[in-house]
Design a protein around this ligand. Structure first.
Ligand code: TYD
Ligand code: MG
Length: 464
């Protein structure tokens, strides 16, 4: 007789283990392993006769599409992040910290679509109907085409939807509040969330309704509940923002129907979220041009150039191991730039604390920021403000040379548009690009940049 095998499956990451353990080896989460029989699924049990399936008709790939595949919301920044609007029958997950504005954004999206004649159903498991109405009034989003419900049972939601024509957009405010009778664990648990989301996504695929799911984010910044939810949906968007700042960034981390490097920028006002079509102006808004240690980086977010200020503070340290603190950039990358400056340019940071900050709470992921970071660091160390009308970009290699980066033209154009007159770029950047009317300085070795900045430093007073 064949031995009956049992296995344990992690409810968080899906890893399997032969033996139960308190901690999953795959994702290091505690108490996530649950016993499941491997004998499930089609053909798993040879003894049992398989149900004879029904033949389905295959269709040609080149067939006509009846409806416009995308629904544009008319909110430019959202359409940009989703790659041109919602795709019919797709499921999106919007994650973000509590209070960041997810419900506000989705209420505004509902209103925008309703105004275009689409039918919207907004189901909230977190707020009462009166609360949602109150917010909608404040946001000027009261539209007759929006159906509202405060409900958490998936069975009830689906039964309600089955009563009527399927809506164009279905919003479920927080998957963590959903529960289904199919699973007997408590709402918010992995099994409940997974089963509930599965049922909702099945509905979306069947009817062509766009489903937007809201997901809470845990302390370490991941969407709570099973990671598998991220695999189940077609797109995952994160709504981010920094405490104390009014602007919010909608970042695409997964998109089956579009690019993943686009961001949408919004500003939270008393009338809800406002689109920010030109983020550079926002990020450069509070610039103090006379201060040493600030460099303007001409960056790219997807297809859009974004200018942002990088601030460095290099201060004498009394510590044996000086501090290195970074906000908004990669700390490993900062260590690399510091090492290159020390080794190839003779700049010493060993006795100094180094703080690096990207202004406005913005986050940079590009290596093209190397040059701007180096400029800001040296500027702070020597106490000389960089020319206010100049932008910086370019990658720095470990050998101390600079390397051209992509989209030189876009970066220069944006700088020119915002009133900058100079740019410091890697050597070779201009071969295929025009200077866009800027006074461009090409830097081959990083040491040249250091020498240029050092020449700006105030001369030490002569004492006799
Ligand atoms: P909310 O959408 O409830 O956040 P989430 O659903 O992500 O938890 O946003 C709540 C915050 O937004 C709250 O701190 C107040 C602020 N807010 C405004 O500043 N202006 C507005 O018009 C609205 C509706 C909210
Ligand atoms: Mg909410």
């Amino acid at each position: 007789m064949a031995k009956t095998r049992i296995q344990f499956i992690c409810q968080n990451c899906g890893a399997t283990a032969a033996r139960w353990a308190g901690k999953c080896d795959g994702c290091n989460q505690w108490n996530t392993l649950v016993e499941e029989s491997p004998n499930s699924g089609i053909g798993a049990t040879p003894g049992k006769a398989m149900r004879k399936g029904q033949a389905i008709t295959l269709v040609s790939l080149s067939g006509d599409i009846e409806e416009a595949p995308r629904i544009s919301t008319g909110i430019g920044e959202l359409d940009r992040a989703t790659g041109g609007g919602f795709v019919r029958g797709s499921a999106l997950l919007v994650g973000g910290d509590p209070g960041i504005g997810k419900s506000t954004l989705l209420m505004q999206v509902s209103a925008a679509l309703a105004r275009k004649g689409h039918r919207v159903v907004y189901v909230s498991g977190e707020e009462a109907v009166a609360q949602i109405r109150l917010r909608a009034q404040r946001l000027d989003a009261v539209e007759p085409n929006i159906g509202l419900a405060a409900e958490t049972s998936v069975e009830n939601i689906l039964a309600t939807l089955a009563n009527d024509q399927p809506p164009d957009l279905l919003i479920i405010d927080s998957i963590q509040t959903l529960w289904t009778e199919q699973a007997d664990s408590a709402p918010g648990t992995v099994t409940q969330v997974r089963n509930s989301v599965q049922a909702i996504i099945r509905y979306a695929k069947k009817t062509g309704t766009v489903v937007v799911l809201v997901g809470h984010v845990t302390k370490d910044g991941q969407i709570a509940g099973p990671r598998v939810v991220e695999h189940m949906v077609d797109a995952v968007l994160y709504f981010e923002g920094e405490g104390g700042h009014h602007f919010r960034i909608l970042r695409t981390v997964k998109n089956r129907f579009g690019p993943t490097d686009e961001i949408g920028v919004f500003e939270m006002s008393d009338k809800g979220l406002r689109e920010v079509a030109n983020p550079s102006e926002l990020f450069l808004g509070e610039r103090n041009v006379a201060a040493p240690g600030a460099a303007v980086f001409a960056g790219m977010e997807g297809t859009r150039p974004v200018l942002v200020e990088i601030q460095a503070l290099v201060a004498p340290s009394s510590l044996g191991t000086p501090r290195r603190a970074v906000v908004g950039w990669d700390s490993a990358r900062l260590s690399m730039v510091l090492a290159v400056l020390e080794t190839h340019c003779g700049v010493r940071f060993g006795q100094h604390d180094v703080y690096l900050n990207v202004a406005g709470g913005y986050r940079i992921s590009e290596t093209a920021a190397d040059m701007a970071v180096a400029a800001a660091l040296v500027s702070s160390l020597v106490g000389a403000a960089l020319p206010a009308e100049s932008v910086y970009f370019g990658e720095v290699s470990l050998s101390g040379t600079s390397r051209p980066v992509a989209h030189t033209q876009h970066r220069l154009k944006e700088a020119q548009k915002l009133g900058f007159s100079g740019a410091v770029v890697p050597k070779g950047s201009l071969e295929k690009n025009s200077s866009a009317g800027l006074n461009v300085t090409e830097i081959g070795e990083l040491a040249e940049l250091v020498a240029n900045i050092a020449a700006l430093a105030p001369k030490p007073k002569e004492t006799d």
